[in-house]
Write a protein that binds this ligand. Structure first.
Ligand code: PFF
Length: 463
């Protein structure tokens, strides 16, 4: 038996199920973090916010904020061995609402995330069947997402696949899938990045991406990087609490959090390296092409791939990579809801998963139709998918992140999490740094993101 593990803890772990090894936990948590946020959102933000300065701000924030928030969330999960709702309630009844947010957020995100996952799945089919020249046309993406049946079909394929993995369980489904896909994903990302940086004329694009131009550094860049960090590390959505609840007591929280942050940042960095210079060459360095925003991955990239020799294969590899990243993230979102339902209602895994998939289907179909026959439906001026994204990412996640810091920093006190991280004699070298960030730096940063995003969303500020 491992050092310091009581028979009771062992029994509890057995009953609840969990990751079978430290590497399994890190792979699963990292593959939750590595998702569309890295491949789709990070490159367009980096391109838009001045390349190098954004990259630098992001990396510094990941190593401080990101790391500390991860330790806090994993610590809460492992300490209570419960998913978000029950965990927050157990720690302090006044923070019960945080747990509820940790259930609502993934329940609201998964449907629309899977609609985007469905688009990625369709693009694999496009590249696999050699229809890539059609995808390189300006109108292709818009025409596709506004269809009724086909996007719903690919969305269903994507969400049902995620459900099947969750049904197989934490170790046999999630852990196994992540341990297989994560290394493939890293190889694909590195391979495509090498391909783009060796294209003729890529030098100027690489320089744009890697050299920080400090005249472009301002509050907006830092806040955008911070917002992206939460999104990318799967923070403030109940996921890391849930995954922490499945982590073995003898595994080290500090190293795991460090490795998860490292993998996630590495894939974001590589995604930028494969996309930013490619778009740069393609557009001849035109700044407006760099500001393609969310359309970068689905509209600009297919054109870029089409213009290169061997572009079809690279395009196929890219969308396969995006699919692997998206499915493992969607699995973590589904698992978070399923785990809460199992803890709260004492349901078994199977009915809880079926319930969640049906829920996603009911909410995902309107999100998909919002780009087509329901495009006149507007909620606070947003289309349906953007409204769900606004509600979760701009409102609910900062609230949850802020109160998690208050709970850990001032109510429980960081020492509680530190003690959990030091369970079974583990070392926690950065504990002072962790306590300082969680108490003082993170809450202030979160308030700043929330205020500025709200101001921007309602047009009070020129963002
Ligand atoms: N962290 C994952 C990603 O970067 O795609 C998963 C995720 C992020 C899911 C943000 C949902 C979300 F709102």
């Amino acid at each position: 038996m491992a050092f310091g593990r009581s028979a009771r803890v062992e029994m509890e772990e057995k009953k609840r199920g969990g990751f079978s090894s430290k590497i399994g936990f890190v792979m699963a948590a990292a593959s939750s973090a590595v998702g569309l946020g890295n491949l789709w959102r990070f490159p367009y933000l980096a391109a838009d916010y001045g390349g190098g300065v954004f990259l630098l701000s992001y990396m510094l924030l990941a190593a401080s904020f990101g790391f500390a928030m991860l330790v806090a969330e994993i610590g809460i999960g492992r300490m209570t061995r419960l998913s978000a709702v029950a965990a927050f309630r157990k720690l302090d009844r006044r923070f019960h609402f945080c747990g509820i947010l940790g259930l609502l957020i993934p329940a609201l995100i998964t449907p629309y995330y899977s609609v985007i996952g469905g688009w990625v799945t369709k693009y694999i089919a496009v590249y696999a069947t050699g229809a890539d020249s059609a995808a390189a046309q300006n109108a292709f993406f818009g025409a596709y997402v506004s269809k009724t049946g086909e996007p719903i079909f690919w969305f269903l394929v994507f969400i049902i696949l995620s459900g099947v993995v969750v049904l197989l369980g934490v170790d046999k489904g999630i852990e196994r899938l992540s341990t297989i896909l994560m290394p493939i994903l890293l190889l694909l990302a590195a391979g495509i990045a090498v391909y783009t940086v060796t294209r003729p004329g890529a030098g100027a694009g690489i320089a744009y991406y890697l050299t920080p131009d400090f005249s472009k550094m301002n509050g907006k860049t830092i806040l955008a990087a911070l917002g992206q960090l939460f999104y990318s590390l799967s923070l403030a959505m109940g996921i890391m609490v849930t995954y922490g609840s499945y982590m073995r007591r003898e595994d080290r929280i500090e190293t795991s959090a460090f490795q998860i942050t490292f993998f996630d940042s590495l894939v974001a960095f590589l995604a930028g390296l494969m996309i930013v210079p490619a778009v740069y060459i393609f557009s001849g360095g035109d700044e407006s092409a760099m500001k393609a925003g969310p359309g970068l991955m689905f509209v600009t990239l297919p054109k870029v791939f089409h213009s290169f020799a061997g572009g079809r294969i690279v395009g196929l590899a890219f969308f396969a990579l995006a699919f692997f990243a998206a499915i493992t993230s969607s699995v973590s979102l589904v698992e978070t809801v399923v785990s809460n339902v199992m803890d709260l209602l004492h349901w078994k895994r199977k009915p809880a998963t079926v319930f969640m998939i049906l829920w996603c289907i009911v909410l995902g179909i309107p999100s998909s139709l919002g780009f087509g026959i329901w495009d006149s439906v507007r909620i606070l001026g947003f289309d349906i998918l953007d409204f769900m994204d606004f509600l979760t990412n701009t409102l609910m996640m900062p609230i949850l992140a802020f109160f998690t810091c208050v709970l850990v920093g001032f109510v429980l006190k960081p020492e509680k999490i530190i003690a959990e991280a030091q369970a079974c004699g583990a070392r926690f070298r950065t504990k002072r740094f962790f306590a300082f960030i969680i108490k003082w730096i993170a809450p202030v940063g979160i308030i700043a993101i929330m205020a500025s995003f709200l101001a921007a969303s309602f047009g009070w500020m020129n963002w």
